[in-house]
Design a protein around this ligand. Structure first.
Ligand SMILES: O=C(O)CCC(=O)C(=O)O
Ligand SMILES: [Fe+2]
Length: 315
């Protein structure tokens, strides 16, 4: 039995108004083609990037295999000057390396102090930021972060969700992105914000039988494409070539809903974290009852959650 699939809409030359009126309200992923991104699409060669951004140190993921695994931690964090990192990420075999001559690299840029500061390429890479025009299809005050995403050919980033709306701007290199609706969370074997199913193209169905029920939305991104990833939509990203991207997170909820300590855009909104804490207390309280009663009241609580909190306006 094949996994069900869904479409990812593709639009060309969408204006701010068209996006806001016709695409954004659907809360579905969409590929936007032909948006003016500035000179970065032609300028950002390996030589130019390394000369322009220079020797600023960056913390990177280094992996000996293409599929990074956050559970077994088959990758390590290392620091390199940006110019050295870009050159290594663009080559397949390395003369100088940390673990193996064909190791792969991934950069997710961070703020100066990642515990306090938010990634913003205008602050961390001002000379490169001049070359990119970020499509501001949202209000200025909603802006949260702009993040460099640079990866070696073949690298695959695990399925995860972020809690803010997102434009993934692919500047150079092709990518394949596989997305899942937030509603399919029960089939994704989540550990926090990430899915344990790493091999989405060939999943271990003995271990993850429900994964077959998750509807798969797949798209290819080419240089110059922008992918709208609505908040909470799961995404798995495979870089088919060495590629440079920048993603922009923006706040879709009123500012006060977000966790003020979140610098990544992936901490659950504070009301959600509080609700989960209260649920954990309720579960602890149910332990005071013998199994027969615990089961009965637990099932009634589930029904109450379904009745009171589930949305009916989902297709
Ligand atoms: O393209 C990538 O490397 C990852 C993108 C991603 O996870 C994001 O934009 O939230
Ligand atoms: Fe993400």
């Amino acid at each position: 039995m094949a996994q069900p699939t869904g479409p990812v809409a593709r639009h060309s030359g969408v204006s701010r108004e068209q996006f806001r009126q016709d695409i954004y309200p659907l809360r579905k992923p969409a590929v936007l083609k032909g948006i003016d991104l500035g000179t970065c699409t032609t300028k950002w060669t390996v030589d130019y990037l390394s000369q322009t951004a220079g020797t600023k140190e960056v913390k990177i993921h280094v992996s000996t295999v293409p599929q990074m695994d956050f559970l077994s931690k088959n990758f390590v964090y290392r620091t390199l000057p940006f110019d050295v990192f870009v050159r290594r990420a663009a080559e397949v075999k390395h003369n100088e390396y940390f673990i193996s001559e064909d190791e792969k690299y991934y950069l997710r840029s961070l703020g100066e102090d990642p515990r306090k500061d938010i990634a913003d390429i205008r602050k961390q890479f001002p000379s490169l930021a001049e070359d990119i025009q970020i499509p501001e299809y949202f209000e200025k005050e909603q802006f949260f972060s702009s993040v460099f995403r640079i990866s070696s050919a073949g690298l695959q980033l695990w399925t995860h969700y972020d809690i803010m709306d997102n434009f993934l701007i692919q500047i150079t290199g092709n990518k394949r992105v596989i997305l899942y609706n937030p509603r399919d969370a029960p089939y994704l074997y989540l550990a926090g914000t990430k899915s344990e199913v790493l091999n989405v193209d060939n999943p271990d169905l003995e271990k993850y039988p429900l994964f077959m029920k998750a509807r798969r939305y797949e798209c290819s991104l080419e240089a110059g494409d922008v992918l709208f990833i609505p908040a909470l939509w799961f995404h798995n990203v495979i870089s088919e070539e060495f590629g440079v991207g920048v993603n922009v997170f923006w706040k879709h909820l009123p500012s006060e809903c977000y966790d003020k300590t979140d610098t990544y855009g992936n901490k659950d909104p504070t009301a959600a974290s509080r609700a989960v804490q209260i649920l954990d207390r309720a579960l602890k309280t149910l332990e005071e009852l013998p199994e027969e009663y615990r089961d009965f009241y637990a099932r009634r609580m589930v029904l109450r959650i379904q009745e009171k909190a589930y949305s009916t306006n989902y297709e």
